[in-house]
Design a protein. Sequence first.
Length: 326
Amino acid sequence: MSEREILLETRNLTKEYPLKNSFGIRGKQVVHAVSGVDLQIFAGETLSLVGESGCGKSTLGRMMTRLIEPTKGQLFFEGQDITGYSDREMSRVYQKIQMIFQDPYASLDPRMKARRIIEEPLVTHKVCKSKEEREKRVRELMGMVGIRPELIDRYPHQFSGGQRQRIGIARALALNPRLMVCDEPVSALDVSIQSQILNLLKDLQEQFKLTYLFISHDLGVVHYISDRICVMFLGKVCEIGKTEEIYGDPLHPYTRFLLRAVPSMDPEKGHKGQEILTGEIPSAVNPPSGCRFRTRCPYAKEVCGQREPELRNVGERKVACHMAGE
Ligand code: SF4
């Protein structure tokens, strides 16, 4: 793994939002949305961010694309520190980093035909020399994502949900990116369509050597698509490792709870236990001292409230739990 190119890296990436009082005035309290995340994404892999809603995974994904500015920390892309890049400098980076969003209908302008939606990045970045060349590229992109090029002059509402997501993917592919950040890209789709889109993403990854940062709350989807998984709880990373290792033997108590709640694909086994987290749900404004998971953790000891567990190596993965590996 160490010889592989690190495409994107975060160092101590943090996002805090100041809380406003009822008059809209900022107070001293802050929401700790993402706290001190160190992460590496290797070229050609799919790394998934998982965790319950509000754990900070989407905020982290958006900071990684600079759609949200971090409160502190650094962001490196292809070895360059892009944290302080100007909009002009970022425009060059955006040719290599693209995003696919959850709701394809909301992310596509309903007044634009598929042609304009897909060609927009080509126009913005002045990629094609002529209108004809641009049209050729748009038709080629439609073909790549499985949409008949004859539908080039249709509007988003004339496509199905799956087709709309394919158009979003075609637009994201237009500039030959290296990294695609996919934020819940299939959660708004029917299950049968989900697998078609996931297979398309896998095929495109192989064909164009793409790297994916995949954000999802759906552990079935994540298992299918990911090489590695990063589990988050209340703005912090709990565990990062290879998919099979994490699903086969989760080490962090929170990862174990998440995975036990996933229905098994094997009808003999059914649900693995339907275990539901108990205890007080901590606040991102006043996170618990020490380990942020301790108010819900059945294994918490005194040390868990006194000292924050570091994200440390346990075998081939990293785990932030005092008890992991003991
Ligand atoms: Fe539970 Fe303590 Fe591990 Fe946190 S550090 S997950 S509280 S055992």
